[in-house]
Design a binder for this molecule. Structure first.
Ligand code: HEC
Length: 490
């Protein structure tokens, strides 16, 4: 490799780090999950259903259906254009802060895809406003027909933004041919693309139907002057939505199974990191039972809704809603966890090290080739400081010092409470951590650097202290290898 690295490695960015938060995974996770929770049921799922309601009302001349659709659209409009849109932007912000190397690589691969997605997103926001704000003005058949067309365009755009982003998500787990060809279209059509897109589409429709159903209960009570009309309308919409729930449940199940079977074997094995810690073992079992009960809940609600004689009570609808949210949260978490140790499958590790530069770094040294480190050469005096920089580079995207997934706690658990830490054993563990814990990337440095990391960890255990990220500590740039002049910038 002759010493040159590809650009956009972890080592070209100062590391933003919040102690206790472990690389900001939690922040990215919270923002992204919230975004998906709004996007899937409300944008992708509900818009087509609401458009269909508007169309049906027009076709069959039933203004009460139109009124119901409008009221529900009001809620969807408010939520998607505020929390929905803000969390979408929040994903960019948080990933750029905590994993700039990864988002940088993805941007280079998906440049035109993301550019198209941006256009589609702008169109989507414009269409939402247009559709909702002109609803009341569409008072002639001619105008109504045009208004319904806006709803159709909006539904397509909502789905398209998801369809483009799912390409990136599938790619991160399994880039497929792209790892050989580096071609844009191979990245877009990665092996997980179609199954994941089908899965998310069906899931969105299913949860969207439950949401519209749930919302209907609030708007079909007493507004209609004749109370019987309200309950007739409710029964009508519930029955239609039950069909959607049941059909998309079958789709979710079929695509989900295909998706699961397309995930690389090694990553599937990660799902039962069970082997490793009690915590994950419980979680794995929990995931299965949540999955099972969620399917049962949707089935019961779906079949009950088909019945002519029985009206599902409003509170009962909360059950599939809450379970759907729980399931989606678990699903996103599992997907993110299983991808470890990769941020981009077989290409870049979660700590930003490229697969291709690993061997080079292991012989030439991480400190020699990182941009923002305080020292190039390890001495007796600076060993702990060097170890701290190495921790930031190699471990901090997943571990904090003493907080979330804290590295001190991990070693303590491994060696036993109150036991002494043997530096030699720790060094051996770190050098081979990828073999014994396949969800962790290989240590990307020399033996001497592993020793410096151990010195830092021992020191940290004795004197627990906060590790500041570049945002508060400033950056230090030492001229590349072995130059005697050190330049420090605040
Ligand atoms: C890709 C993310 C990632 C990176 C990078 C990473 N780890 Fe881990 N590590 C994990 C996860 C996840 C666990 C499991 C946590 C659990 O079981 O609670 C773990 C567990 C550990 C454990 C406990 C192992 C056991 O069997 O109990 C130690 C020790 C550890 N890591 C040290 C390190 C060190 C040192 C580095 C940096 C050289 C590092 N890790 C880098 C994700 C990572």
């Amino acid at each position: 490799m002759g010493g040159r690295r590809e650009p956009f490695s972890v080592m070209d960015f100062p590391l933003y780090y919040i102690d206790h938060l472990a690389g900001g995974r939690l922040i990215i996770g919270i923002i992204a999950s919230l975004h998906v929770l709004i996007n899937h049921p409300l944008a992708v799922g509900a818009y087509p259903l609401l458009t269909w309601m508007e169309w049906t009302a027009f076709k069959t001349n039933r203004p009460e259906i139109d009124r119901l659709a409008y009221r529900i659209t009001f809620i969807v409009f408010i939520v998607t254009t505020t929390v929905g849109a803000m969390t979408g932007v929040g994903i960019w912000l948080s990933t750029s802060l905590f994993a700039p190397f990864a988002i940088g690589s993805l941007l280079r691969v998906f440049f035109w895809g993301w550019f198209a997605e941006w256009l589609v997103f702008i169109a989507e926001v414009g269409l939402i406003c247009w559709w909702f704000l002109t609803w009341k003005q569409a008072d002639t058949p001619e105008k109504k027909r045009k208004h319904i067309q806006i709803g159709v365009a909006l539904s397509i755009m909502s789905w398209l933004t998801m369809a483009l982003i799912v390409a990136v998500l599938g790619f991160m787990m399994k880039p497929g041919e792209w790892n050989q060809t580096r071609a844009f279209w191979d990245a877009m059509t990665n092996p997980l693309y179609v199954p994941q897109l089908g899965f998310r589409t069906c899931f969105a429709l299913m949860t969207g139907a439950v949401f519209v159903w749930f919302a209907s209960f609030f708007f079909t009570k007493d507004q209609d002057k004749v109370a019987r009309e309200g309950s007739r309308l409710r029964r009508w919409i519930v029955c239609r939505l039950s069909h959607v729930v049941l059909l998309s449940l079958i789709g979710t199940f079929l695509f989900g199974t295909w998706y699961w079977n397309s995930i690389p074997e090694t990553m599937r094995a990660n799902s039962s990191v069970a082997l490793l810690s009690q915590q994950f073992m419980n979680w794995h079992g929990q995931f299965r039972s949540v999955l099972g009960w969620t399917i049962v809940a949707f089935l019961v609600i779906g079949f009950a809704g088909l019945s002519n004689t029985f009206t599902v009570p409003r509170w009962a609808l909360l059950i599939p809603t809450v379970m759907g949210i729980w399931l989606l949260g678990h699903f996103e978490r599992a997907r993110e966890f299983m991808r470890k140790p990769w941020v981009i499958g077989e290409y870049m590790y979660s700590n930003g090290i490229h697969k291709d530069e690993l061997a080079f770094l292991q012989t030439e040294g991480l400190l020699n080739h990182a941009t923002y480190v305080r020292h190039r050469e390890i001495t007796d005096v600076n060993r702990v400081e060097c170890g701290e920089d190495i921790f930031l580079l190699a471990c901090s995207r997943c571990h904090s010092t003493t907080g979330l997934n804290g590295v001190v706690e991990k070693f303590t658990r491994m060696y036993g409470e109150g036991e002494a830490w043997d530096s030699g054993a720790m060094q051996t563990f770190i050098k081979g951590m990828h073999q014994s814990r396949t969800f962790m990337p290989p240590f990307p440095g020399t033996t001497e650097e592993a020793a410096a990391l151990v010195a830092y960890l021992q020191d940290l255990r004795e004197r627990p202290r906060t590790l500041p990220g570049a945002q508060s500590a400033g950056i230090t740039v030492v001229p590349p290898p072995f130059s005697p002049v050190a330049a420090t910038q605040p």
